[in-house]
Design a protein around this ligand. Structure first.
Ligand SMILES: Cc1cc2nc3c(=O)[nH]c(=O)nc-3n(C[C@H](O)[C@H](O)[C@H](O)COP(=O)(O)OP(=O)(O)OC[C@H]3O[C@@H](n4cnc5c(N)ncnc54)[C@H](O)[C@@H]3O)c2cc1C
Length: 267
């Protein structure tokens, strides 16, 4: 489920270290990574995504792939597990090139490789990134935008809202695990309406509340661009609803299955 992407013109593997680990809400933590190699990252803003490399528990260092072409994954898989790092997809929530720092926001969700690493990460721990570019590419004809995501896409959508022009008009649906995960301090243009949806223990898969909320909303008139990401059922379900029930042209929808219930990311 890869939407149209803007990929970086040049990129290389970047090795950094953890500078800070900051708890935001019960289900979200920010890991700040920094180091001199960050000068090789060209910040794009919006939903700029990276492959994040981090050591497996018990490994005493990080072994980054040497290749910066698409062959890096093959190189990684040839390593025995004892030396191979974990690799997962994450969003650059905020870049501060002047300080040589980037923030990555983790939606913590159980005893999985990325969540466990984010809980134990301490200043000085190594981590690496590889720039993958961005997928938020609204067309000029869009009169307004529909942005929707579960907790895994909250960092991307909050970054999009922070980087958006003041003229942006958008309806935003953000689903989070609990009421305590709702952010009070978001930065967004005046024409943006954000609806937070908290599962608070409801027996539904992540993304289910956001999907239902859009389905039952009366949306604004006019042609609009949709960017939706999160659990695969939210991404595909929302696209299907918009195309079938609301007659939205497929090219006006960027949909991105960030993760799939019951399946681990490869790598
Ligand atoms: C382009 C892109 C950008 C992303 N940006 C972010 C980001 O900024 N912050 C962020 O937190 N996530 C982000 N994600 C999602 C993240 O990559 C996945 O959630 C990933 O699976 C996490 O790895 P893991 O080691 O925790 O779990 P995995 O080992 O991949 O999976 C283990 C189990 O956990 C389940 N699982 C995975 N993710 C979640 C979740 N979020 N909630 C509940 N269960 C889950 C899986 O279904 C599986 O059963 C992004 C994904 C993509 C593709």
């Amino acid at each position: 489920m890869l939407p149209k992407m803007r990929t970086p013109e040049s990129r290389q593997m970047i090795t950094l270290e953890v500078r800070r680990n900051t708890s935001l809400t019960p289900a979200f933590s920010t890991i700040t990574l920094g180091g001199p190699e960050l000068e090789h990252l060209k910040p794009m803003g919006f939903d700029q995504m990276v492959r994040l490399f981090f050591p497996r528990e018990g490994q005493d260092g990080l072994r980054m792939p040497k290749l910066s072409s698409e062959a890096w994954m093959a190189e990684l898989l040839l390593l025995p597990k004892s030396r191979r790092p974990w690799v997962r997809n994450f969003t650059i929530r905020r870049a501060r090139p002047e300080l040589g720092e980037v923030d990555i926001e983790f939606a913590l969700h159980g005893d999985t490789p990325a969540s466990a690493w984010a809980r134990r990460a301490r200043p000085g721990d190594p981590a690496g990134i590889f720039d993958m570019g961005m997928s938020y590419l609204p067309p000029a004809h869009a009169e307004w935008q529909l942005l929707a995501g579960d907790e895994s896409a909250v960092p991307a959508i909050l970054a999009i809202l922070e980087d958006a022009p003041a003229s942006l008009v958008a309806e935003v649906f953000l689903e989070v695990p609990g009421t305590a995960d709702i952010r009070k301090d978001i930065t967004a243009p005046e024409g943006v309406r954000v609806r937070w949806l908290a599962r608070d223990g409801a027996d539904t898969l992540p993304g289910g509340l956001a999907l239902e909320a859009v389905r039952t909303s009366s949306l604004r008139p006019g042609r609009f661009y949709t960017w939706v990401a999160g659990e695969a059922g939210l991404a595909t379900g929302l696209r299907r609803h918009l195309v079938r029930d609301r007659g939205v042209p497929k090219p006006d929808i960027a949909f991105f299955g960030y993760w799939r219930h019951g399946r681990s990311s490869p790598g």
